[in-house]
Design a protein around this ligand. Structure first.
Ligand code: HEC
Length: 134
């Protein structure tokens, strides 16, 4: 009995952790840094701009964030993601072109022309692999 109760209590924490940090760090985060044709890099705006998608400052010349900074980014990004559901995840929905099912307006433009964009798919796969939180 007591164990069953404990499991119920712990379930939300397990779900919150179901987004994979290693995949985030090696596959997803590099996309925020990547120079993608015809687009400014996410990091160019999302360190300074006061939005819910606020990345840690990146030291000049650095190829990426320290693990500690990555963990902070991961926490921020996780709040913009619905585990298991890329379509409902603001991180992807907001910068996706409206015609492709995204939001009407993103201050940083249509970063993903469609859901077939390889970077969109990498992020979507990461979200899909996580368990839904209910
Ligand atoms: C040229 C600057 C610029 C670039 C580049 C940019 N963005 Fe943005 N982004 C903004 C601005 C400005 C806002 C706030 C206004 C709005 O909601 O669109 C924003 C908002 C967002 C939000 C909503 C945050 C919130 O507060 O809810 C998400 C998610 C987002 N951007 C994702 C991205 C992703 C992912 C990339 C790269 C693939 C990216 N952006 C590239 C300027 C940019």
């Amino acid at each position: 009995m007591i164990w069953a109760r404990l499991l119920i209590l712990l379930a939300p924490f397990a779900a919150a952790q179901s987004l994979d940090f290693e995949v985030y760090r090696t596959k997803v985060e590099p996309i925020f840094l990547k120079k993608r044709p015809t687009h400014a890099r996410c990091v160019a705006c999302h360190v300074e701009a006061n939005t819910a998608f606020r990345l840690q400052p990146l030291p000049e010349d650095a190829k990426g964030w320290s693990e500690e900074a990555s963990r902070k980014n991961f926490a921020v990004v996780s709040n913009l993601v619905v585990p298991g559901d890329p379509d409902k995840s603001r991180l992807l929905h907001h910068p996706l072109a409206h015609e492709a099912g995204g939001d009407v307006f993103h201050g940083g433009g249509r970063q993903f022309r469609s859901k077939d964009d390889p970077d969109y798919r990498t992020i979507a796969d990461w979200i899909r692999a996580a368990k839904p939180s209910n």
